[in-house]
Design a protein around this ligand. Structure first.
Ligand code: ATP
Length: 238
């Protein structure tokens, strides 16, 4: 069952200088909910996630997490509150081993939680096989798994995932989505940005559609999957 509102974004506006990328959007994520943010290239999905994770400051609006205003709080402090962002492009530490990368994810704790590490390695058996290998030598799919695993080591309450399927083979994408479902069933909330609308909406409890910085549509994953506008614009159907 879903819980109360964990993330509440109200009237958010984000600017890059003279360009207003996000034009006053409101959305929320409940506890134990997976919410997908869909939209074409340049719609503002990444900007929205970066603002929630503290990498960008809103020019207008509020972001509340677990009852506390968080807009303006820098990313490293948000991690302590339980907001963790896995940005597009993975960004693992290439010269560190898989083990060291996972330990870095737990840097806010005095020492990594060994039981959690074992759990993460159970979720991602490939990472167990590659435990002592330098992260830069992993395949793209393995690096994505490592980026997610590293985030999990910080025990987030809300995981922000930006394009986890980017550039990966369908089978790997399927595995990663299965794992996201699994960690959500363990109790974590997820705000997922995806180009792959069909898979995202199949996974998500709810979704929002962004167009040029504005929210134009929202609904349950099922509703959006059967919406004619979504089918035509994002699912490649007539
Ligand atoms: P994509 O899937 O291509 O990343 P997106 O939906 O995530 O697209 P954003 O990257 O959030 O979109 O971009 C939203 C708008 O803001 C676009 O018009 C983009 O050109 C603009 N934008 C993004 N980053 C910057 C920046 N650093 N400086 C100026 N404009 C930017």
């Amino acid at each position: 069952p879903l819980g109360g509102t964990l993330l509440d974004v109200v009237d958010l506006q984000v600017r890059y200088g003279a360009i207003t990328a996000i034009k006053g959007i409101s959305f929320h994520v409940r506890e134990r909910e997976i919410v997908a943010l869909l939209g074409a290239n340049g719609a503002g999905k990444t900007t929205t996630q970066k603002t929630v994770s503290g990498m960008l400051r809103p020019s207008v609006g509020s972001i509340t997490f677990a009852g506390q205003r968080i807009d303006g709080i820098p990313p490293h402090e948000l991690i302590d509150l339980g907001v963790c962002h896995v940005p597009e492009g993975r960004h693992v530490f290439p010269r560190m081993t898989v083990e060291e990368n996972l330990e870095m994810g737990a840097f806010r704790f005095r020492s990594p939680d060994r039981d959690l590490l074992a759990h993460v390695l159970d979720l991602f058996p490939r990472l167990k096989e590659r435990f002592s290998q330098q992260a830069g030598t992993l395949s793209g799919g393995e690096q994505q798994m490592l980026a997610i695993g590293r985030a999990l080591m910080g025990k987030p309450r809300l995981l922000l995932l930006d394009e986890p399927s980017m550039g990966l083979a369908p089978l790997i994408v399927e595995q990663i989505f299965q794992i996201v479902r699994g960690i959500n069933q363990d109790g974590m909330s997820v705000l997922l940005v995806e180009q792959n609308a069909r898979q995202a909406l199949t996974l998500a409890d709810r979704g929002y559609v962004l167009e040029t910085g504005e929210l134009v549509l929202s609904g349950t994953g099922r509703e959006l999957l059967s919406d004619d506008r979504i089918r035509a614009a994002y699912l490649g159907e007539e």
